[in-house]
Ligand binder design. Sequence first.
Ligand SMILES: [Zn+2]
Length: 112
Amino acid sequence: MSDDEITLPWIDEPMDSEEAIEALGQASIDDGDHLEELETRIERLERRASALEDGSSVECPECDDGGNVYKAGVGAAKLANDGGLTDGSADALNRESHVCLACHESFTPTFE
Ligand SMILES: [Zn+2]
């Protein structure tokens, strides 16, 4: 290996310094994009996690009602109390995280 050759840890072949600098620059640009995307995903997951803990912060996508949205388990209990829990609605509640008792629509907030 001559003095001008550099080995980057993730590249097997030694390359000359100019190539190595270019490769390093490319890597940090990629990382920047990647980080930004990760941060966006983390923010989305945090919003989603807080909605899963607290159904009262979620609005129904069907009727925009925010006052009758419950987490699926709570909604199922309320429906069962009222005698309105059918096999079909139980299946739907099992798939979704939230239910709106104003329009009986179950859904999972997406936060896109
Ligand atoms: Zn609704």
